[in-house]
Design a protein around this ligand. Structure first.
Ligand code: SAM
Length: 239
């Protein structure tokens, strides 16, 4: 009864209404499509493959999108924590564009120290091209860390930041990180907090307690929160 009354009160036809609805839906679809499939660092790296990372580091626009001020601040924060453990040699596993190594070497220099040997490892060749620009003093090695190893080379500080959550066999990487570390050395690892992380480009999600348990076989492990609470940093002393 009420519907009939309303129709008779406003008899003006609105033939355009379906078109307005269609246009709104089309706009929403295009926005969603661009968000999911458009050219962006997020969409490229969502695939979590070597090829995807090759593409990221090779493209200036994608890398600029990735290296936001928050990410550079993250490198500074990690570098400040890791610098006291630097010793004489450092290796960065899954080093990306080299900005963490740059922050670390600068931090160590500000403390009046220097590092004799710096090795940058990544499976994306284009990442190491960037490393050559950002950290010219570093040796570079293209290597899949799940397949290759360092052949007995050991380093006082082993860095592995925002990498383990991408690796389908993280326990293999854990063992190799220990092999890469000197007897009195330190491994510094960061991962996102798996309690809140839902990124499709990750294959592992650890909460603070879970990463502590996962890393325990590698040595004495302490975990702290970084990056405003959204990241986890583990300091592992193999022996
Ligand atoms: C999210 S990025 C982190 C880069 C850098 N460590 C940082 O903190 O910004 C992950 C990096 O790990 C590298 N990576 C992933 N799997 C790898 C593997 N199996 N061996 C070597 N590098 C790998 C990728 O190429 C990429 O540079």
């Amino acid at each position: 009864m009420r519907a009939t009354a309303k129709r008779s009160a406003d008899p003006t036809p609105r033939p355009w209404r379906p078109f307005v609805w269609l246009a709104t839906k089309w706009r929403e679809f295009r926005q969603e499509f661009h968000y999911r499939h458009g050219r962006s660092a997020r969409n490229v790296t969502r695939r979590n493959t070597r090829r995807a990372y090759e593409k990221l580091y090779a493209a200036d626009d994608l890398l600029a999108e990735y290296l936001v001020p928050e990410r550079l601040a993250f490198y500074e924060e990690v570098a400040a924590i890791a610098a006291p453990f630097a010793g004489r040699s450092v290796v960065d596993i899954g080093c990306g564009d080299g900005n963490l190594l740059r922050a670390l070497l600068d931090n160590v220099a500000r403390r009046g120290n220097s590092i004799e040997r710096v090795l940058a490892i990544d499976y994306a060749r284009s990442a190491l091209v960037r490393v050559g620009e950002v950290v010219p003093e570093a040796e570079q090695r293209v290597m899949d860390f799940l397949r290759g190893n360092l052949g007995g080379e050991r380093f006082d500080l082993v860095l592995c930041t925002e990498v383990l959550e991408h690796m389908p066999q993280p326990e293999v990487a854990r063992e190799r990180l220990v092999q890469a570390c000197t007897a009195n050395g330190t491994i510094v690892i960061t991962v996102p907090d798996g309690a809140v992380d839902v990124w499709e480009g990750h294959v592992n999600f650890w909460t603070e307690d879970q990463i502590r348990v996962f890393l325990a076989p590698a040595g004495e492990t302490t975990v702290r929160r970084i990056d405003g609470g959204s990241g986890l940093l583990a300091i592992v002393r193999p022996q």
